[in-house]
Each structure stands twice: as C-alpha cells, then as structure tokens.
Design a protein around this ligand. Structure first.
Ligand code: PEP
Length: 260
C-alpha cells in the first residue's frame, strides 16, 4: 500500500501571525514522529514563502502547496501568479479546479486543464478536484459529471504527466457542510475514477495514481474513510485549520498504513 497523503487547504483564512502559529504548532506535533504519511500545507498564496521556508528546513515533514495558479505563462495579467513564479518559490503542489473556484471564479474544465499543464511544465504537482452538486447526486448524475471532469482534464494528459498529478474527489454537498460522504460513497466514486484511469492509461497507472477524498473529513471520520481500498488520503479544509484536528487526520493515515 502506498503512503497516504493529507493535504491541508486553508482557503482564505488566517492572518499572518495566525498562519505562523499554525505552522509552528504543526511542526511541534510532527517533530516527535517520523510519519510515512505525506503532508502538504496549502496556505493563502501570500503566505507561500512562509510555508516553503519551513518546508525547506532540514528534517521538515511537510511540503508546500498553494490553492491556485494562473492559466497563463506570464505577461499582462494583473493580480495573477504564474506556475513559474511558484516553482521559483519552491512550491511543490497546487490545488486546481476546487469547486469554490469553479463556482465563484468561473473555472471550467478547459481552464483547469490549462492550469494543470502550466504546473506540470514547472514540476509542480496539480491536485485536480472533481465532484458533483447535491442536485446532480439526487438526479443520479454523479458518475456522469465526474466522468466528464476526468475526460476533459486527466484524459488530456500524457502518461508521464499523469504520473505527476493527483486527483481529489470532493462532492460539493460535503464541502464545508459537516455532511461527509459515507465511506461507501467515497469508495464507490474513487473506485469509479480509478477504473476510468485504467481504461485510458492501463492498470499500473491506475494503481499508482493518487486519488484523495475531500469534504468534511475530520479527526473522527478520517480513519474509516482512509481504510477504504481506493482512498489514498484526504484534501482537508476546515479541519486543517486546527493543529490538533489536522494531526488526528495524519495519525489516521499512519494507522491505516501500519495495519496493512
Ligand atoms: C475543501 O475545501 O477542499 C474541503 C474539503 O473543505 P472541508 O474539509 O471544510 O469540507
């Protein structure tokens, strides 16, 4: 079994000092352990350097990520940050196509793909989010919706590019709502996504691709979710803002690895 990955998405939260405090608290809790679980912190863009500085310290147990990137290479795009700039800051991961960006900032699958390609060109791992709305699930269209998202993004990559890409299934009805997908629902969709990858890229690639679950994952439910065979870890929003809660999720990842 490959190590689990736990990615913290801080969204637009934390003042600078609070961000410093949270990183210190997480570091303090990590220092007594040697975790196999891979940990990524995605703070607001402005704090990327703060996190990369810590991630670059000797013995650091986490990687630096961000929550967004420009679809453009460089030039007159006021307010944007390019993948090349992120690479220059030693950012290793970037969330793309989060449902909040799709909803509030008009990100389409085509834009998400452009962002992924910019990141891959700059050796940054895209964490591509997909997932359905509550209405789509109620109408039993969730597989269709996710398949389209995968076909218009992941299917456009070369096998080499997919090797450096992760997928996060985040049902929109579970994000920030406290209503987590059941372990069965998470497993069912992640297994479906893996089967789509297998169809296009083959079994080995399907087995090796990291597919995460996200949506109200917390210290209480992480163990059951991570115990599902196709759940390779979690993309964590609210619960990544408190060091104690975030650690419980990381520990859940460790427990599952040690038991297998
Ligand atoms: C997210 O925003 O990626 C997320 C999973 O949020 P939450 O854990 O708060 O539902």
């Amino acid at each position: 079994m490959k190590p689990k990955i736990v990615i913290g998405n801080w969204k637009m939260n934390k003042g600078f000092e609070e961000a410093e405090d949270l990183i210190s608290e997480i570091e303090e809790k990590l220092q007594d352990y040697n975790f196999e679980t891979e940990i990524v912190l995605c703070p607001p863009m402005l704090y990327a350097e703060l996190v990369t500085d810590h991630a670059n310290e000797e013995g650091s147990q986490f990687y630096a990520g961000v929550q967004n990137v420009s679809e453009y290479e460089n030039g007159a795009y006021t307010g944007e940050v390019s993948a090349e700039m992120l690479a220059g800051m030693d950012v290793s991961f970037c969330i793309v196509g989060h449902s909040e960006r799709r909803k509030y900032f008009g990100e389409t699958n085509a834009i998400v793909l452009k962002k992924m390609l910019r990141l891959l060109t700059n050796d940054i791992v895209p964490v591509m989010c997909c997932g359905e709305t509550l209405e789509e699930r109620k109408a039993e269209k969730h597989f269709e919706v996710v398949q389209k998202q995968i076909e218009e993004t992941i299917y456009q990559l070369t096998p080499k590019q997919l090797e450096s890409t992760m997928i996060a299934y985040e049902p929109i009805w579970a994000i920030g709502t406290g209503e987590t997908a059941t372990p069965d629902q998470a497993q069912e969709m992640l297994s479906f996504i893996r089967s789509l990858i297998e169809k296009k890229f083959g079994t080995e690639m399907a087995v090796n691709t990291y597919i995460l679950y996200g949506g109200s994952c917390n210290g209480k439910n992480a163990l059951e979710l991570f115990s599902q065979p196709d759940v390779d870890g979690g993309l964590i929003g609210g619960a990544s803002l408190k060091a104690d809660e975030f650690m419980k999720i990381i520990e859940a990842g460790e427990t599952v690895i040690k038991e297998n």
